[in-house]
Each structure stands twice: as structure tokens, then as C-alpha cells.
Design a protein. Sequence first.
Length: 57
Amino acid sequence: MTGEGPQSLPGGAGDDETAAPTDPDVRWGRRARRTVAISQIVIAIAQVVDVVVKIFS
């Protein structure tokens, strides 16, 4: 595996302002941020469920 690992997602600070909306960097940046937001919501829900289960167990 020479350089065949997961693709690093571009889209740091400033990419959305400098690139055109059709630029892959912008789309990947938005997709990465959306994925992070969804995963954080899922983790938060799981933590709430865990606390509720501990309370009622």
C-alpha cells in the first residue's frame, strides 16, 4: 500500500470563500463538515440514552 490510504479531505479555512461552488474542494469541505455534525449529534443522542438507561436500571 504505497500511498493508497484514505483520501485526505480538502476544505480548510477560507476554501469556501476562494473557490467556485463547483470546485471539488468546496463540496468535499461541506460534506466533511456535514458528516462531522451528524456524527456529533449521533454521539450526543447515544450519551443521553446511556444516561437514561443508567438512571432507570
